[in-house]
Design a protein around this ligand. Structure first.
Ligand SMILES: [Zn+2]
Length: 468
């Protein structure tokens, strides 16, 4: 797809003007108005307002779909910024707006007046109404598209600048030198738990170039978690999996995403969804799900990263488990450690499950104390970093050196001097010989010889769950 590159300068008239780089290099600095190419890689913007509207095509295969024989697509068209920007996509099923027309050409008209006339005729064939209307003139090549828009049949038809979704290689061109897109595009990551932490991890991995996801969560976006979550009010009531899927596709339309709106404690189903994954992110909010994920990841031999925040996100911890190579989740989180550490309670269901039946609902309600998003993100970012190191192990990338830094299995972080971290000295942040907030501390952690999970599986005994 033809992507836009521009060179700008500030003219005496205080207008920003943009050169098409093709013209800039090959046609001695011509501006788009002198260019004459039917290509749409031209943009002229006045300070504060666009001279030309912009049509953004939101699908990488938009033109290819139109070029198919007997194509009868349904379009969706939305406008933004005082009708300066139009977003167009082909949609499945009933059209939300069918005031879009298109015509295929073996050769696009090279004369602007001729193209304008054809577009006007195309628009006049649509129902005369007060809705947005658009006409596309489509050439035989991918980048050959002319677009015209009007906000109603009584308004003038305007020729638009077209912004197309980029090819795969251009999408991640800014990561070159650190992570080539090909390094991660075939990796498959399961993210279990799409709360404030897990949703951020999923999006960051997509931004880094991970191309395949299994998103697991049965919850919906609720009002009380909007303020800390990647998703916003426009997603209220939606399944977290579907909402995050859309967020990932908004970053990388080439990503393959499977949504599983299920409870991870359904072991047979979980086993199936983890098969073929290179990595599991366990961002769930309860110990039972982590124990189940641990058993399955050991059985399927999949490296897993666990992350959780303590109450009110005063701090957090991250554990990386490489199956049968170092400690597993059960080796580290012994009964004593689970009892010693508090867990952030973000909703009633989670708090109810974590307490015995004799604890009243009002007492459970009082335990719901959430931390700030900014206190959760350090934990999520650490998970992302370790995940990227695990996914690029043995591959050529700018992250290779981190393998030596991330030798430990367990990492802990404190946001504030409270709870487990209450004993940190007040001036610890100023000294390197004292523990302090806002620093990562690692611990190698040992594998336990009598671990019921990793040792039994390694000894050839079936895990508890594999008997189900
Ligand atoms: Zn173990």
């Amino acid at each position: 797809m033809n992507i836009l590159y521009y060179k700008s300068y500030f003219s005496e008239k205080k207008n920003f003007q943009f050169h098409c780089l093709k013209c800039f290099f090959f046609n001695s600095k011509q501006l788009f108005s002198d260019c004459g190419l039917p290509s749409l890689s031209h943009y002229s913007v006045q300070m504060g307002s666009c001279k030309q509207p912009v049509v953004s095509i939101l699908q990488p295969d938009f033109v290819a779909k139109l070029q198919k024989k007997d194509c009868k697509p349904n379009f969706s068209i939305k406008t933004f910024d005082n009708e300066d920007v139009f977003h167009v996509r082909i949609v499945e099923g009933a059209a939300s707006n069918n005031q879009v027309t298109f015509k295929l050409f073996e050769n696009l008209p090279d004369d602007k007046d001729k193209a304008d006339k054809i577009a006007a005729e195309m628009i006049s064939s649509l129902d005369q109404s007060d809705t947005l209307q658009a006409a596309f003139l489509v050439g035989p090549k991918e980048e050959q598209v002319l677009a015209y828009v009007t906000i109603s049949s009584s308004e003038p038809l305007r020729r638009a600048i077209v912004l197309c979704q980029p090819s795969k290689s251009l999408l991640y061109s800014r990561s070159k030198g650190i992570l080539e897109s090909k390094v991660l595009e075939n990796c498959k990551v399961a993210v279990v738990g799409l709360g404030s932490g897990g949703s951020h991890v999923a999006i960051e991995l997509a931004k880094a170039g991970v191309g395949n996801f299994v998103l697991v969560d049965f919850d919906r976006i609720e009002l009380n978690n909007i303020i800390r979550h990647v998703c916003g009010l426009s997603d209220l009531g939606r399944l977290k999996t579907d909402a995050i899927r859309e967020r990932i596709l908004d970053k990388n339309p080439f990503a393959n995403i499977v949504c599983r709106n299920t409870n991870i404690n359904n072991i047979q189903e979980a086993r199936e969804m983890f098969k073929g994954c290179d990595l599991i992110i366990a961002a769930t909010d309860n110990i039972r799900s982590r124990l189940n994920i641990n058993d399955l990841s050991l059985e399927l031999n999949i490296t897993t990263i666990y992350g959780k925040c303590s109450a009110r996100a005063a701090g957090g911890e991250v554990l990386r488990v490489r199956p049968h190579d170092g400690p597993c989740f059960c080796c580290v989180y012994t009964q004593a450690m689970v009892e010693a550490s508090t867990e952030e309670m973000t909703n009633f269901r989670q708090a109810r499950e974590a307490n015995p039946i004799y604890v009243s609902d009002s007492e459970v309600e009082a335990m719901i104390q959430v931390g700030l998003s900014s206190d959760i993100l350090p934990i999520s970012n650490m998970i992302v970093k370790i995940a990227l190191v695990e996914l690029t192990k043995g591959k050529k990338s700018g992250l290779s050196g981190l393998e030596q830094d991330f030798q430990a299995a367990y990492y802990t972080w404190a946001n504030r001097r409270e709870q487990l971290y209450a004993g940190f000295p007040v001036d610890g942040f100023l000294r390197f010989d004292q523990p302090s907030i806002l620093r990562w501390y690692s611990s190698q952690m040992e594998r336990k010889a009598d671990c019921k999970s990793c040792q039994e599986i390694e000894d050839g005994n079936a895990s508890f769950f594999s008997k189900q």
